[in-house]
Design a binder for this molecule. Structure first.
Ligand code: C2E
Ligand code: MG
Ligand code: MG
Length: 269
């Protein structure tokens, strides 16, 4: 698979946008992978839902290679709606299974998608149509969302929060970090970016930033999760700094939903 090929393909797609994307969706070429999020004793609290494009010739394509292109081509809304709908259907089906009903699913929402004028209505509609419990859904936003129209962002988040939907601030500390905006955002969780976790054992600055995010979250009454945790030493270092939730290869790679469910069902049997 190569990025240039993907670019050419999306340029072609953008010529006939809605047909092409609905075609891709209808062909079932998008799939969702689930990556565990665990607590301090390793119990699975839920998963982050990660989008992949299952290309018939090129195999699995990571989102970093097609989401920016999809945004440029104006295709992020239908793709994002499909991700939300599929996730909510999953939550609704888990609601009937005791081992899985308490899980929370985190869905990435791009800034472009969030700024769609009908974003709140679409999410509400999907929740009603699928019957998913809004309390089990968490939306991951990045700081880039705050670059424009903060009042509108806060209003949209508050409207969804009133329905029970949670919010996490992804890649925290890597973007447009304004603590003044952070104070206004009705979020539940900060996510320590994997860029600070990678060298946390050797780089004092990374460790200092991770500690600062953990203390900030604590004092604002938010939970905090570290992503990209690959080794036990990284996990222990984060734990010593006060972090209590983790995500990363140490606990599980992103996998198809059947594999994710199988591990939990086996553990409960
Ligand atoms: P993200 O939300 O920060 O997701 C975390 C990324 O880190 C994922 O890459 C995940 O596979 C990877 N990862 C997880 N654990 C580890 C680890 O231990 N080590 C390392 N090195 N990497 C790890 P992925 O799946 O390629 O996704 C990349 C980005 O694409 C995501 O970053 C997110 O911003 C975006 N994305 C993914 N799915 C969606 C989606 O449905 N909608 C939107 N708008 N964006 C999405
Ligand atoms: Mg994320
Ligand atoms: Mg992230």
């Amino acid at each position: 698979m190569n990025a240039a090929g993907t670019q050419v393909e999306w340029n072609a797609v953008s010529l006939n946008q809605s047909n092409a994307v609905s075609g891709t969706l209808a062909l079932g070429q998008f799939v969702l992978h689930y990556q565990s999020q665990v607590d301090s004793v390793g119990q699975v609290l839920g998963a982050e839902v990660l989008l992949r494009w299952l290309h018939p010739q090129r195999g699995l394509i990571a989102p970093g290679q097609f989401i920016p292109l999809a945004e440029e081509a104006g295709l992020i809304a239908p793709i994002g709606n499909w991700v939300l709908e599929t996730t909510c259907l999953q939550l609704a089906s888990w609601a009937m299974q005791p081992t899985l009903s308490g899980l929370t699913l985190s869905v990435n929402v791009s800034s472009h998608q969030f700024h769609q004028p009908d974003f709140v209505e679409r999410v509400s509609q999907i929740l009603v149509q699928t019957g998913a419990d809004p309390e089990r859904l968490r939306l991951e936003l990045t700081e880039s969302i705050m670059v424009r129209d903060v009042d509108d962002v806060v209003a949209k988040m508050s409207a969804l929060r009133r329905q029970g939907v949670g919010f996490s601030l992804d890649d925290f500390g890597t973007g447009y970090s304004s603590l003044a905006y952070l104070k206004r955002m009705p979020i539940d969780q900060l996510k320590i970016d994997q860029g600070f976790v990678r060298d946390i054992l050797t780089d004092h600055n990374d460790a200092a930033i991770a500690r600062m995010v953990i203390v900030l979250a604590e004092s604002m009454g938010l939970s905090v999760i570290a992503e990209g945790v690959e080794t036990q030493q990284q996990r222990d270092c984060l734990a010593a700094l006060g972090c209590q939730e983790y995500q990363g290869y140490l606990f599980g790679r992103p996998v198809p939903v059947k594999d994710f469910e199988a591990v939990l069902l086996r553990a409960a049997a």
